[in-house]
Design a protein around this ligand. Structure first.
Ligand code: ARG
Length: 389
């Protein structure tokens, strides 16, 4: 009997996929990744076993997710199309890495996932699996199975006695991990309609946020956040604290039309409170410590880096090479940023660093001025010379 390792979430699609793969003659092993989505993993494990999985792996990947995926993307200032902080996109290659690992351990010939044929996630899973082991067969049941609608799928589940949540159709499609929530479909598919308040999973609306601002200080060491308000935390705790604080103050919501890799434009809602705060603080600190040329050059690198993550090319040679450049730029990105969180907005109110390149004696208009203004005349003459007619 051929073995397949399925990335399993416990939702309708992956639950039906277990049975569907068995119908096709496979022994199915389920792999469940904990990326901080806050699910009841015991319940999901039971469901997989009742649904016919021969074995279930649950792996807590939160630490690796933060250290090896989230922090590199933070150091890179990787943001897709100006808005998306890539929570879902960053999780996929990590899940795929372990799908391949479990497949090797179990001597399975195939891996499978529950993505549709219209999204980016199928690409991210499959490209990663291909890079890590091109010999593995990849199966995407949802892309090929015979069900024409959700109703048909539910009918199949009932007929085959697959345990599913029989509550009425969920209004949105969600993907959650500790870095953010991605929300789509249902009424959100009309880009003119304002997202209903009930689509948001974590954050307060700005109306419901406290009427007094919160101030928060974040200390970085070489581009990595280490302390909040002067107190050191491990990475998971630090993100958790900022997620709660940001959610309370309505930070990190975004509504965007994004270009998917498969050529479709889609309307997506994101919530990423901790990610928003940390990205913002990190860029403010870089503004203080990076020299102009590095800072400007890095902006282009950030765009490319974000694109590579979005496209599922985490394990590409280019992403790894760019990482070396980014790492070098972070040497001096140590210091503290002070932010004000108020009714959905996150603004910087102060920054300091032992590596600050800001020189008050050069910037000042007071008597302390050390800048020799007379030198500017010659500088401008020569600077403008090539552009004169
Ligand atoms: N569009 C986002 C991305 O490509 C999120 C997709 C998440 N899936 C979901 N079921 N909401 O990364």
């Amino acid at each position: 009997m051929k073995k397949v390792v399925l990335a399993y979430s416990g939702g309708l699609d992956t639950s039906c996929a277990v049975q569907w793969l068995k119908d096709k003659g496979y022994e199915v092993i389920c792999f469940i990744a904990d990326l901080g989505q806050g699910e009841d993993f015991e319940k999901i494990e039971k469901r997989a076993l009742i649904g016919g999985a021969s074995k279930v792996y649950i792996k807590d990947l939160r630490k690796e997710f933060v250290e090896d995926f989230i922090f590199p993307s933070l150091k890179a200032n990787a943001i897709y199309e100006g808005k998306y902080l890539l929570a879902t996109a960053l999780g996929r290659p990590l899940i795929a890495k372990y799908l391949v690992e479990v497949a090797h351990k179990e001597k399975a010939s195939s891996v499978a996932h529950g993505c549709t044929g219209k999204g980016n996630d199928q690409v991210r899973f499959e490209v990663t699996a291909q890079i890590l082991d091109p010999k593995l067969e990849i199966i995407a049941p949802v892309r090929v199975w015979e069900f024409k609608s959700r109703e048909e799928e539910i009918e199949y589940a009932i007929k085959k006695k697959i345990p599913i949540d029989v509550t009425k159709k969920k209004p949105y499609s969600l993907d959650k991990n500790l870095w953010g929530v991605s929300i789509e479909s249902g009424i959100l598919e009309d880009p003119w309609i304002e997202p209903p308040e009930d689509c948001y999973q974590w954050t307060n609306s700005s109306e419901d946020a406290p009427s007094r601002p919160a101030y928060v200080e974040i200390e970085f060491d070489k581009g990595i956040p280490k302390k909040v308000n002067g107190k050191g935390y491990d990475a998971l705790k630090l993100i958790d604290i900022l997620c709660n604080l940001g959610s309370t103050h309505g930070i990190g919501r975004s509504d965007m039309i994004e270009n998917r890799l498969v050529g479709i434009k889609s309307r997506e809602i994101y919530e990423a409170p901790a990610a928003t705060i940390l990205h913002y603080a990190h860029r403010e600190l870089e503004a203080l410590v990076l020299d102009r040329e590095t800072a400007h050059y890095k902006e282009g690198v950030s765009l490319k880096y974000a694109e590579l993550i979005y496209y599922g090319l985490w394990y590409s040679k280019l992403r790894i090479a760019l990482d070396k450049f980014i790492e070098e730029t972070q040497r001096n990105v140590s210091g503290t940023v002070r932010l004000r969180l108020y009714k959905g907005s996150c603004s910087v109110v102060g920054r300091k660093s032992p590596h600050s390149l800001y020189r008050e004696e050069l910037a000042t208009y007071s008597a302390k001025d050390k800048f020799d203004q007379k030198l500017s005349e010659g500088f401008i003459r020569i600077f403008g010379m090539p552009f004169q007619k």
